[in-house]
Design a protein around this ligand. Structure first.
Ligand code: ASP
Length: 326
């Protein structure tokens, strides 16, 4: 039994005081001296991929890490850990989950307190992530996030707080398990899913999906000409999927040219499909051709739409996948 660990940077790998901490610790640094790690008896093979804030991660980089993780699994690893910054972790883990085809756990983690601070959480999170990656109980659950001794399914997890070490939560479902005294306890397994096709790297580079959050008195000016520069749009609408009535027609016109996905800006709960009837309501927007993002958070919907477009999915396929996964 062994675990492969890929380090991408983030707070967990930051040190130095002059002008603020920056990512500079290696994967070997992250695992050296973690209390309890050696005692697990699970060899951890470390790989340095990047040392960047997670704001600098890209779809291409994450898909490259997924490939490397898959190679590690084919080479015999029982599971894989990815360490990175927490800022974009909900999106990177979601992206990896869309395409991860293996039963072996691929587990993302990071830290909220950098290693220079009292109570730095990186070592505990690395230990928990390795425990999850090595655990038979975590097989077949897709991509996971191990953080603060909780285990979350990548398909449901969100970063919900800018500083708390308990920032990761799954508002619609709750954590699927916990790590307690080194034991991985999975309480609710997410249903299995067929992995999506890998996006084409060249197409990915030219596929732009915009995210527009509706705000009070929104005049929609930012939507003008959007179909000329973007291949898709996610709308983070009010509540259960509503926009100002004046924007219903322009959104319908956009939906005639590019896929437009309707999500909720609230952070939890679904977009409805047939409750409200006013112009700009969910019923009206869906009738105008917008796709229902359901329970998907706007950031997740954007990752899914860009992945599908870059894998050359046509409109029907996009609608089908959103209907299945939303
Ligand atoms: N800014 C950091 C990053 O995402 C935050 C973190 O790692 O917690 O890289």
């Amino acid at each position: 039994m062994s675990v492969a660990l890929f380090a991408l940077g983030g707070t967990i790998a930051m040190s130095g005081h002059q002008g603020g901490v920056v990512a500079r610790l290696t994967a070997a640094d992250l695992t050296a001296g973690v209390p309890g790690l050696a005692e697990l008896g699970v060899p951890v093979h470390v790989h340095d991929v990047d040392a960047v804030p997670s704001a600098d991660l890209t779809f291409a980089r994450i898909l490259d890490v997924v490939d490397r993780a898959a190679a590690a699994v084919r080479g015999g690893a029982s599971g894989v850990v990815v360490t990175q910054g927490t800022d974009t972790l909900e999106e990177t883990a979601f992206l990896a989950d869309l395409v991860w085809p293996h039963a072996q756990p691929l587990v993302f983690t990071g830290a909220m307190r950098n290693p220079t601070l009292a109570g730095a959480d990186g070592p505990a999170n690395v230990l928990a992530a390795v425990e999850v990656a090595a655990s038979p109980a975590a097989r077949g659950l897709g991509v996971l996030v191990a953080f603060d001794d909780d285990i979350h399914a990548a398909r449901w997890v969100r970063k919900t707080h800018s500083t708390s070490t308990a920032t990761f939560a799954s508002p619609n479902a709750g954590p699927i398990g916990h790590v307690v005294e080194g034991r991985v306890r999975v309480l609710a397994a997410p249903p299995p899913r067929t992995p999506l096709d890998r996006p084409d790297p060249e197409r990915l580079a030219t596929t732009r999906v915009a995210l527009h959050t509706m705000t009070l008195d929104d005049d929609g000016a930012a939507l003008d000409g959007l179909a000329d520069t973007h291949q898709g749009l996610v709308v983070a609408a009010y509540g259960v999927g509503h926009v100002p009535s004046a924007l219903a027609a322009p959104l319908g016109t956009l939906a005639g040219r590019i896929p437009v996905v309707l999500t909720s800006r609230t952070g939890a709960g679904p977009v409805l499909s047939h409750t409200y009837g006013a112009v700009g309501s969910e019923t009206d927007l869906l009738r105008r051709g917008l796709l229902n993002g359901g329970l998907l958070h706007p950031y997740q919907a954007r990752v899914l739409l860009r992945t599908l477009l870059a894998a050359d999915a046509d409109r029907d396929r996009i609608a089908r996948v959103f209907a299945e996964r939303a």
